[in-house]
Design a protein around this ligand. Structure first.
Ligand SMILES: CC(C)(COP(=O)(O)OP(=O)(O)OC[C@H]1O[C@@H](n2cnc3c(N)ncnc32)[C@H](O)[C@@H]1OP(=O)(O)O)[C@@H](O)C(=O)NCCC(=O)NCCS
Length: 173
């Protein structure tokens, strides 16, 4: 069980920024996972590898455009991009932001985020997306983070499969 405290100032700040309201019946969620005990959860997938993307930025941005054009601005030269690859080509991606956009109190915790999670439509439903999040979670653990954090998602059940827990719910006003 993840043991975290909500920072009410950060929560209010997020309500203002996103024009949303936290409530128990909210449809979007903030999720967190304690990394101390985390072990790789899912089996490897034939012909798919995972790791940091160090190739041409334009190549990955073309994929992001196909999945969610609003995310392209977050993929820059200084972003850590983590991918699933088939034949060295990225088919699934996420970013590891330098500071997690969290509502948790971080006084004694190192909190790492995973954001903008996508798989290009042709490669969906093969387990690549969730395995990539599994491996990105291990990546955060190996960097010494205490908590992995997912900001603003509607895929609660999907992330729960890895052990992520909902720390707050919200809806847009
Ligand atoms: C969400 C997203 C990343 C999932 O990517 P994916 O690579 O298809 O993910 P997975 O294959 O791991 O899981 C997707 C589903 O396929 C199922 N699946 C996994 N392996 C499968 C296989 N071999 N055969 C059939 N189905 C399979 C999973 O059970 C899962 O089902 P569920 O949604 O009912 O839990 C992708 O749909 C996407 O890019 N969506 C748009 C962007 C988005 O919403 N991102 C999330 C933001 S928080």
């Amino acid at each position: 069980m993840v043991n975290v405290q909500i920072d009410t100032a950060k929560l209010k700040n997020m309500e203002t920024k996103l024009n949303c309201k936290f409530s128990n019946d909210g449809v979007f969620v903030e999720m967190a996972l304690d990394l101390h005990e985390y072990q790789e959860k899912l089996p490897s997938i034939n012909s798919v590898s995972f790791g940091i993307y160090s190739g041409d930025l334009e190549r990955v941005i073309k994929l992001v455009e196909k999945v969610n054009p609003n995310w392209c601005k977050y993929f820059t030269d200084t972003t850590t991009i983590f991918c699933g690859f088939i034949n060295k080509e990225p088919v699934s991606f996420c970013i590891i932001p330098t500071t997690a956009d969290s509502i948790l109190s971080d006084d004694n915790l190192k909190i790492g985020g995973i954001a903008c999670v996508g798989t290009v439509p042709e490669y969906r439903k093969r387990g690549i997306g969730l395995k990539m999040v599994d491996m990105a979670t291990i990546y955060l653990k190996n960097l010494g983070y205490d908590i992995a954090y997912l900001h603003y998602t509607h895929l609660e059940k999907w992330y729960k499969k890895l052990g992520y827990e909902t720390v707050a719910r919200f809806s847009f006003i």
